[in-house]
Ligand binder design. Structure first.
Ligand code: R5P
Length: 294
C-alpha cells in the first residue's frame, strides 16, 4: 500500500488541455470492444457526447417515494425526453414497455432499507449478469460506499460487475453514495470517482461540488451528476449547466424531475442544457412553456 503521509499535493490537472481521445467519443472507452461501444453510444448521444438519465430506483431502499407512488404512470411518459431509464429489474420489467427505444440502466445491487439508521455494509447482488443480459440492459449500476463501513464489499461488487460487464459488453455505472459519515468536498469526490473508475466503472455517478472541474479532469471515464433532493426548477437547471460546463457528461436525475410540478417540462429542459448548450434561464423557459401547455 502506498505511504499516505507527507505526499505531494496533486495539482497538475492541465485544465486547458482536452482529454486524450483515441478514436471513440466516449471518454475512456477508446479501447473497449464493439458491443460495449455500441451500448455506450445508446447512453451518450453521439452529437453532444452527453446523456440524460432518469433515475427512478429510489424504491429499492425507500419504498414508494413521493412522486413515484404510481411508478407505472410516472415513468412511461418521461421516456421520450431522456436517453436512459435507470431503475431496478422489478420496476423495469413491470412498468417499462419492452418496445421502448430508450436505453436502460439496471441497478444491480441491493441495500439495507431506510428502516436502518446505519449505512449499508455494502449490499449484495440483486441482478446477476445473466439476468442483465436477458433484460437486454444497456448498463448496470452498482452503489458504492467510499469512506464508510460498506466500502470494501461494495468495491468488490463493483469490480466483479465490471468484469462480467466487460465479458459481455455491458457498461457498469459506479454510483458514489453520500451518507451521514461522508464528506461532500472536492477532495472526497476526487477520491471516490477516481477509485470507482480504477476499479472498472465505465461511467461514474457523483455529485456536483465546488472544484468540480478538477474532479471531472481527474476521472478517466465520464461523470454524470446526481440530482439529489428537490430544488426549485431554476436552481436544478443551474446546477446541471455548471456541471456540464465544468466537465460532466450528463445527469442522472430523479427527484428534480419526477417531483417537479411539470416532470415532462423539467425532463425536456434538462435535455436542452445537457445536449444543446442552453443556459439555465433559456431552459427554464422550455420548462415553463411545457408546464403551461398542459
Ligand atoms: C443514488 O444513489 C440512487 O441512484 C438514487 O436512488 C437516485 O439516483 C437518486 O436520484 P436523485 O437524487 O436525483 O433523486
Amino acid at each position: 500500500m502506498a505511504d499516505n503521509i507527507g505526499n505531494k499535493a496533486a495539482h497538475d490537472y492541465h485544465l486547458d488541455i482536452a482529454p486524450v481521445q483515441d478514436g471513440f467519443y466516449v471518454k475512456g472507452a477508446a479501447h473497449c470492444d464493439w458491443g460495449m461501444k455500441n451500448r455506450l453510444a445508446k447512453i451518450f448521444q453521439p452529437k453532444s457526447g452527453n446523456t440524460v438519465m432518469l433515475a427512478f430506483d429510489h424504491g429499492y431502499i425507500m419504498g414508494p417515494t413521493a412522486g413515484l407512488e404510481r411508478i407505472d404512470l410516472v415513468v412511461p411518459p418521461l421516456a421520450p425526453y431522456v436517453d436512459v431509464l435507470m431503475g431496478t429489474k422489478g420496476v423495469i420489467r413491470s412498468c417499462v414497455s419492452p418496445a421502448s427505444p430508450t436505453a436502460t440502466c439496471v441497478r444491480v445491487t441491493y441495500d439495507t432499507t431506510v428502516l436502518f439508521d446505519e449505512m449499508s455494509n455494502g449490499g449484495g447482488i440483486a441482478c446477476d449478469i445473466e439476468n442483465a443480459i436477458r433484460m437486454n440492459a444497456d448498463c448496470m449500476a452498482v452503489q458504492t460506499f467510499i469512506g464508510a463501513p460498506g466500502e470494501s464489499r461494495s468495491l468488490e461488487l463493483l469490480a466483479r460487475t465490471a468484469d462480467a460487464g466487460t465479458r459481455y459488453g455491458i457498461p457498469t455505472l459506479g454510483v458514489v453514495a453520500v451518507g451521514k459519515q461522508m464528506e461532500r468536498t472536492e477532495k472526497f469526490f476526487q477520491l471516490a470517482t477516481r477509485v470507482l473508475a480504477e476499479n472498472g466503472a465505465n461511467i461514474v455517478k457523483s455529485y456536483y461540488c465546488e472544484g468540480f472541474e478538477r474532479v471531472a479532469a481527474a476521472c478517466p471515464v465520464p461523470i454524470v451528476i446526481a440530482g439529489g433532493k428537490k430544488l426549485p426548477e431554476l436552481e436544478a437547471l443551474e446546477m446541471a449547466y455548471r456541471a456540464i460546463n465544468e466537465g460532466a457528461h450528463g445527469v442522472d436525475m430523479g427527484r428534480n424531475i419526477f417531483q417537479s410540478d411539470s416532470p415532462e417540462g423539467m425532463a425536456a429542459a434538462i435535455g436542452k442544457v445537457v445536449h444543446e448548450g442552453y443556459t439555465a434561464k433559456q431552459a427554464y423557459e422550455v420548462y415553463e412553456e411545457i408546464k403551461n401547455s398542459k
